[in-house]
Design a protein around this ligand. Structure first.
Ligand code: FES
Length: 508
């Protein structure tokens, strides 16, 4: 194990571990609204509804904020890389305006919540910048600055930044924010419970029957009856509208370390160059700040993650001399085919079930926006941006044609290609401790893993979502499905959906 591998995981989760887990329900429950998922979107929805007097239960499979929210870079901004120039072409100027307006409203809502609840979450106002080092990208940045300004954001094109390396240009939007996402959600959860909201952790929801009321079943066999259900599980675990065909999973790596406060950038940065580089800093100890750098994205199950971590760390150390790396972790996003999140009714015939997904790496402002939007829909109101985000949006598949087809081709490649006989088939004996491989045994694909103690374990390599073949991510010790991003522990337990059932155990 090298030095990089020994670094701890998410800084946010380490510095806000939470208290004792809220136990799963011991008996059946009945509430007004059941929210599945305790990340930013789920808890924001629960918060809005509890404030409006509804009885709400949040059911989280792991710990509150312990999934993607606890592993983001925690930027709260309406500038989502280069979305506005694209939106004004695909959804028109009004679509771009509604996007900017709704995302900005979410940031203001988060600021109000911090103030109202008194949450200590290292909140800082900052500008957000999308930059490029290559002068050939300047026209694209100028177009984005113009589109963002036209959409109503305080945006401009600049040629200088505080970054310690030259840039050819940047779109800069002022009045955005950054914070500690786990402290924010834990503070929100505490207040939610104080106001009568119910929270259960370690509670995986495995079944949904829509009706009046809807009925959820959990892995412990408990049933939760609710007038309305909100599926906020990052990738929806209940997906009757086949939303998975319009989402592509993207895994992204993060490294963080301390830097002299006088050398750390105060604004938030992102570039699409070098396979994406996202940079921000957070308050740390006296005299230092924590520099957080993300990038090196890839489809789950398709990359040498250790090599990519090395590349990202080397980039951060060379661009920020004096950086002492202390943490590294990975996160996962779902990109929608038209770059707009899917928030609204779960499927065309749905009257009491809602979904929030497809935030494409911008799930903090997106999740807070989704919370307000779904709370309005539950109460029979329709904010002006509801149609923009509606998962049933008309003509969407036509507009998304190319991205949609690319997604399907990628999935088909893994679904069919993974079933073809492999050319080289190492034997399980060749696996080193900590390694894993998918091998063919008697016509079936087994996922073998050798643990640190040298023992060999095997589970089925067939993902329990829709049957694609998983691949091993050695750096994170997880089986990953390249089709829709489900992730499993070496022993087959579900780490991340859309799968809700573990990989089946196999005899070695
Ligand atoms: Fe869909 Fe694996 S996540 S098949």
């Amino acid at each position: 194990m090298n030095a990089q591998q020994e670094l701890p995981g998410s800084y946010w989760l380490e510095t806000a571990p939470g208290g004792e887990p809220a136990p799963p329900p011991s008996r059946d429950l009945a509430v007004d609204v059941a929210v599945v998922g305790g990340g930013m979107a789920g808890l924001s929805t629960a918060w809005e509804l509890v404030r409006r007097g509804h009885e709400v239960a949040v059911l989280e499979a792991g710990r509150i904020a312990g999934g993607v929210t606890g592993r983001t870079t925690a930027k709260l901004t309406a500038l989502h890389t280069l979305v506005y120039d694209r939106l004004r072409r695909t959804r028109g100027r009004e679509g771009a305006r509604l996007y900017a307006h709704s995302q900005s409203a979410a940031i203001r809502r988060a600021a109000e919540t911090v103030e109202e609840v008194g949450i200590e979450c290292a909140w800082e106002e900052a500008a957000a910048c999308t930059y490029a080092e290559d002068p050939r990208h300047v026209p694209q940045l100028r177009a984005e600055a113009e589109a963002a300004r036209e959409a109503g954001l305080p945006a401009g094109f600049v040629t200088g930044t505080e970054l310690p390396y030259p840039v050819a240009g940047a779109v800069r939007v002022t009045g955005q924010a950054q914070f500690h996402p786990v402290k924010y959600l834990l503070g929100l959860t505490e207040e939610l419970r104080r106001r009568g909201g119910i929270v259960h952790e370690g509670t995986r929801v495995t079944g949904l029957t829509e009706g009046t009321p809807c009925v959820l079943t959990t892995d412990a066999g408990v049933r939760v009856r609710a007038r309305e259900v909100v599926v906020a599980t990052h990738h929806p675990v209940f997906d009757r509208a086949l939303l998975f065909t319009r989402l592509s999973p993207r895994r992204e790596l993060v490294v963080a370390g301390t830097l002299g406060a006088d050398r750390a950038p105060r604004d938030m940065y992102i570039t699409t160059e070098q396979n994406t580089r996202s940079v921000r800093s957070a308050p740390h100890t006296d005299g230092t700040r924590l520099l957080i750098v993300a990038g090196e994205h890839f489809t789950p199950g398709t990359a040498d993650v250790e090599e990519r971590f090395g590349r990202l760390a080397a980039w951060a150390e060379s661009r920020f001399p004096g950086l002492a790396l202390s943490h590294r972790w990975a996160t996962q996003d779902n990109d929608s085919t038209d770059s707009v999140p899917l928030v609204g009714p779960l499927h065309p015939g749905s009257h009491h079930a809602y979904v929030a997904t497809g935030f494409g790496g911008w799930g903090l402002s997106g999740g807070i926006m989704a919370g307000e939007l779904i709370a309005d829909l539950v109460e029979g109101r329709k904010p002006e941006w509801a149609d923009l985000y509606d998962p049933r949006r008309l003509g969407s598949v036509v507009r998304e044609g190319w991205s949609f087809l690319k997604n399907q081709a990628h999935v088909a490649q893994h679904f069919v290609g993974d079933r073809l006989p492999s050319v080289t088939t190492p034997s399980p004996e060749e696996l080193a401790p900590g390694d894993g491989a998918v091998l063919r045994v008697g016509g079936h694909r087994y996922a073998f893993h050798r643990d640190g103690g040298g023992l060999l374990h095997a589970v089925s390599a067939r993902c329990t979502h829709l049957g694609c073949i998983v691949a091993f991510n050695r750096a994170e010790q997880a089986w990953e499905c390249p089709c829709h991003g489900s992730r499993f522990a070496p022993d087959g337990r579900v780490l991340q959906g859309p799968a809700v059932r573990p990989l089946e155990k196999r005899e070695v």
